[in-house]
Design a protein around this ligand. Structure first.
Ligand code: UDX
Length: 436
């Protein structure tokens, strides 16, 4: 194989580490650069700073084979043929994506160049960023040794490694076909559907993809609201519409809404880009509004059953934004828990992988009085309600009779529709789902 050297900036982040380890596995000499020394120490001790199935083994294997190395010196990327930029683009208060880390990373890479190479943007950036970065590099006389390419990332947390090996598509935006082909040619197996296009198209495909997924979820959640008033069951309605290949069965699960570090952030960022171009993103704004309504609905469902929540003892099951990840960034659970605390409910919180405030990246005073417990059974003991917010397999497998017997009042409000209402009725559990 041609000796291609790869650099990854943000190489210890979720996307960066998956990208680096998988490219190293493909046999490319890969250097993951990150200035987070805390994360670096954890990894070099053989652990990961976050959970991602299959990644820990892959990192160990590629470190051992020598194809993956870590560095905290950006100079070490100077000889790389391609440098992937995998840094964060968090939301500013206006919803705008903050691209400062991307600009800093590209500038750093450009300043350290020892030969010509490609700076490949994996981070989700506003449409026009690759073009603006190219102009920025020219303006600062840094463009001689660098060519910008956009190669948006579509992997999902919890199946990121699998998504790398079997991507739905590869999108490469570039101003030269040669540069685009170099990036597209890296991935294996060959034959994955690939679109080589302009920077702007590539950048917008990422936003349009994620916001479309968000729209599907808000759509089904709106129909779920209808189901609740007409005695219909959203699970059957979803199945029924999902069988139409033009709709497909994915992202049609009703519940407490979408959350996590991507969908909401990207939705807000695209709405902001509409505003900047003098347009109103009517549909997208509603998608966001419906999603926020799903969170309030969780609290409302508890209130409908219990009346005032003051002094009510509630078990919150699930803090991660979805199952199979320990990520709580922008999780729907946080605003819901905060709201319940503001209504003076007494909370016991459980999550199989998020074990406390520190792991959730929260300070002591952010969830005052909430108690973290080690098992779902401990959480529901003596409670007036259990609120399910993450669809963990462990919760699906709960011994419901034991749950019922240990609760003060057998109320389960299920924001993920993981149980069958009929089973719950048989057990005489007061069960409230979303659209069922
Ligand atoms: C998403 C995109 O799917 C991925 O392509 C992109 O690269 C990053 O953002 P991720 O955030 O990992 O991935 O999670 P995803 O599986 O998309 O779920 C996002 C949220 O939507 C979760 O809170 C999930 O519980 C919720 N969801 C998903 C629903 O509420 N209903 C569904 O039917 C599907």
């Amino acid at each position: 194989m041609e000796k291609i050297k790869i650099g990854v900036v943000g190489g210890l982040g979720h996307i960066g580490l998956i990208q680096a380890a998988c490219l190293a596995k493909l046999g490319y000499q890969t250097t993951a650069y990150d200035n987070n020394s805390f994360k670096m120490e954890i990894i070099l001790r053989g652990k990961l700073p976050f959970y991602e199935p299959g990644l820990e083994e892959l990192v160990k294997e590629t470190l051992k084979s020598g194809f993956l190395t870590f560095t905290s010196r950006s100079e070490d990327l100077g000889e790389s043929d391609l440098v992937f930029i995998c840094v964060g683009t968090p939301s500013l208060p206006t919803g705008e994506a903050d691209t400062s880390q991307v600009y800093a990373a590209v500038e750093e890479v450009a300043r350290n160049r020892k030969k010509h190479g490609l700076a490949v943007i994996k981070s989700t950036v506003p449409v026009g960023t690759s073009r603006k970065l190219t102009a920025y590099l020219e303006e600062h006389k840094l463009s001689a040794n660098i060519t910008m390419v956009s190669n948006p990332e579509f992997l999902r947390e919890g199946s990121g490694v699998e998504d790398f090996w079997q991507p739905s598509r590869i999108i490469v935006g570039a101003s030269s076909e040669e540069a685009a082909k170099k990036v597209a040619g890296l991935y294996r197996p060959p034959g994955i559907k690939t679109i080589i296009t302009s920077w702007e198209n590539a950048e917008l495909i990422k936003y349009a993809g994620n916001t479309f997924l968000a729209a599907k979820i808000s759509f089904i959640n709106e129909i779920a609201g209808m189901c609740e008033t007409v005695n219909a069951d959203i699970r059957i309605v979803s199945k029924g519409i999902g069988l139409d290949p033009r709709i497909n069965p994915y992202f049609l699960e009703a519940g407490a809404g979408f959350s996590g570090p991507c969908l909401e952030k990207d939705l807000k960022a695209l709405i902001n880009q509409f505003q900047k171009t003098g347009r109103k993103a009517k549909l997208l704004e509603t998608v966001l509004e419906v999603n926020e309504g799903q969170r309030s609905a969780m609290v409302q469902k508890l209130r409908e059953q219990l009346g005032s929540l003051k002094g009510r003892r509630i078990a919150v099951l699930g803090m991660a934004f979805k199952a199979e990840t320990d990520d709580v960034r922008d999780s729907h659970s946080l605003p819901i828990v905060k709201k319940l605390l503001s209504l003076e409910a007494e909370l016991s919180i459980h999550d199989p992988w998020v074990k406390g405030l520190r792991q959730a990246g929260l300070s002591e005073d952010e969830l005052p009085g909430a108690k973290w417990v080690h098992s779902p059974y401990e959480a529901v003991q003596g409670k007036d309600a259990a609120l399910i917010l993450t669809a963990w397999p462990e919760y699906r497998a709960l011994d419901l009779l034991r749950v019922k017997d240990s609760m003060a009042y057998p109320l389960v409000v299920d924001g993920r529709n993981i149980f069958d209402p009929q089973d719950m009725r048989k057990l005489e559990i007061n069960y409230v789902g979303v659209g069922i």
